[in-house]
Design a protein around this ligand. Sequence first.
Ligand SMILES: *[C@@H]1O[C@H](CO)[C@@H](O)[C@H](O)[C@H]1NC(C)=O
Ligand SMILES: *[C@@H]1O[C@H](CO)[C@@H](O)[C@H](O)[C@H]1NC(C)=O
Ligand SMILES: *[C@@H]1O[C@H](CO)[C@@H](O)[C@H](O)[C@H]1NC(C)=O
Ligand SMILES: *[C@@H]1O[C@H](CO)[C@@H](O)[C@H](O)[C@H]1NC(C)=O
Length: 511
Amino acid sequence: HRPSCPAFRLREVAAMYLSSLAVFLLILVVALQGTDPREDYFPYKVPLDPQSTLELSWNVSYLHREVHFQILVKKLQDGLLFGMSDRGGFEDADLAVLWSDGVQSYFADAWSDHDGHLHMDSQQNYKLLKAWSALEGFYLLFKRSFDTCDPKDYRIEDGTVHLIYGILEAPVPSLGAINVSALRRKGLQRVQLLKPDIRIPSLPSDLKTMVIRAPNVSIPGQETTYWCYMTELPDGFGKHHIVMVVVVVTGHPTLCHTSQMFPCHHDSSGIRLFYTASLRPYDAGIMELGLVYTPVMAIPPGESHFGLTGYCTETCTQVALPPSGIHIFASQLHTHLTGRSVETVLSRGGQEKEIVNKDPHYSPHFQEIRMLKKVVSVFPGDVLRTTCIYNTEDRSQATVGGFGIMEEMCVNYVHYYPQTELELCKSAIDLGYLQRYFKLVNRFNDEEVCTCPEASVTQQFASVPWNSLSRDVLKSLYGFAPISMHCNKSSAVRFPVRMAKEGKETIWQPF
Ligand SMILES: *[C@@H]1O[C@H](CO)[C@@H](O)[C@H](O)[C@H]1NC(C)=O
Ligand SMILES: *[C@@H]1O[C@H](CO)[C@@H](O)[C@H](O)[C@H]1NC(C)=O
Ligand SMILES: *[C@@H]1O[C@H](CO)[C@@H](O)[C@H](O)[C@H]1NC(C)=O
Ligand SMILES: *[C@@H]1O[C@H](CO)[C@@H](O)[C@H](O)[C@H]1NC(C)=O
């Protein structure tokens, strides 16, 4: 749904006209000595490749809805591919390509099809502005609209963007002759392209820092470990406000993944706190929204797009939030390995009003605490719905909710002020309804699911025969079954919420 795009027929005519022009749009890159890049134009910068031979800088104009990209190629060979795709693959990607045929260099907007073959785009939306050489390398400056209306183009949205890059190591006769699979040096980098336009205040002059690190922990040789470490503040340490937190990482977390089942290293990671005694007007808090960590919420295997939803209901916000409301200013979305998209939406009076945070290209490998573009206020009686979409195509067993990395979560840690006692506002469907589901599945199959009290929900899910009936019924069960609401204080005590028996609530889906 792209309301600002021209009608289809008009667009087709434009595309035909442009494709006849496309060949002339190739821009000859010659300019050698250019002016120095204005560093101050580009507030954001990341290396694209692990060796940092490609450096991307960018800025965002919300007024013109466009991004300016500047790439520094430290040692230019025969060209470069740069672009975006849904999850960082080179298939179905939107690319800006610089290539050399050995004599001249060309730049074009291109796209790759499902098999990774490159095609010239009929609409040239990566607009080359400048290319020049400098001491540190070769610079390429170009811009792209967020949404170009070209169906072949990637739409730049809020949240994670998977950037892809490839380095051409030999001249190619034409764009179509570039074989993406044969590129030796290529990869992806995840960034939040559309950063919020927020001025970060300067740090106070009376800033102090404190490092808290886990003392030389030997990481056990098991799949998932949570390590809690507590340290005491010095005696008489008064109230302060933490204004910044930086993670201190030691050890080799990536190396650890490959040596699973062996104790891999010692780790003294931790955090560095920056704090001040000059108290701010408000205390901030962190609240967990989404699903309770329970196997009751599960994803069948082989699903490309399965959604689970957790609620923070009006009964909870009614008792736990102050009449003046709370104001959410940052959010960290969280799932485990099969999470592909996460969103939290605020409803008021039965209507969805506002997106709190949304990442349609969410990756569990890129979890950031992100400032919101717009602060979202939540009042007593409001509902916060958090929905996660999962892909379990590479799994043969159901993926249940839980703490393990192979289990799933659906959480949004929202950062807000003023702090309240409400620390956790999450749900899961009612267990009794799930047991009815297992009985129903048994009725249509050979009593494969044990409904005896000894069987755990995880065991029960493991024995469900996954066919279209068991999948569809589970999906609709998650849509209509009453939920158990967890409306908890930081002390892990429930709020005295008056709810239907055992805290069950029925949430009616918007459709
Ligand atoms: C982004 O960078 C370009 C090129 O340097 C510059 O012309 C433009 O004014 C910058 N835009 C913003 C919003 O900073
Ligand atoms: C592209 O490269 C891959 C990997 O090197 C190779 O298997 C494939 O045959 C190449 N395709 C073409 C069309 O040359
Ligand atoms: C951490 O502990 C291990 C043994 O548990 C020891 O071999 C190592 O020297 C210690 N490292 C530090 C920095 O204390
Ligand atoms: C909420 O509090 C109740 C009562 O203390 C506890 O049983 C429950 O596990 C808590 N929920 C979560 C998700 O921690």
